[in-house]
Design a protein around this ligand. Structure first.
Ligand SMILES: [Zn+2]
Ligand SMILES: [Zn+2]
Length: 112
């Protein structure tokens, strides 16, 4: 599966047409990418490596808004997809009730 190499024509956040190669790969225009990166999210429940993974997930375009507050996340090896919302996730950790970095990424995106 090659979900992470998918090209986006429009910004996932504001819908503007994306022109640069990087924006098309990540799915966010430069302004929206900066805003997402700078948005203060409550990170107290998360470990630094989870924060790093969540940022990576967003920058790789591996978490995409499906509808309202539900996202589709791609697993690190690209073989599976999970449904993610700010407080639930269908990944193995999420199903056990853990706060996975997918949920954190969803929060970052919704807060931006
Ligand atoms: Zn945008
Ligand atoms: Zn998860």
């Amino acid at each position: 599966m090659q979900t992470t190499t998918h090209q986006h024509d429009n910004c996932l956040r504001c819908g503007r047409t994306l022109t640069s190669v990087k924006s098309r790969a990540t799915g966010y225009g430069p302004k929206c990418a900066t805003k997402i990166r700078r948005t203060p999210t409550d990170l107290t429940d998360y470990k630094p490596h989870q924060v790093a993974s969540a940022r990576e997930l967003i920058e790789d375009g591996a978490i995409v808004l499906l509808r309202s507050v539900v996202f589709v996340s791609v697993s690190t090896d690209g073989t599976e997809t999970y449904k993610t919302a700010p407080n639930v996730c269908t990944c193995p950790a999420g199903l056990k009730g853990s706060r996975c970095y997918h949920q954190l990424a969803a929060r970052m995106l919704l807060a931006a």
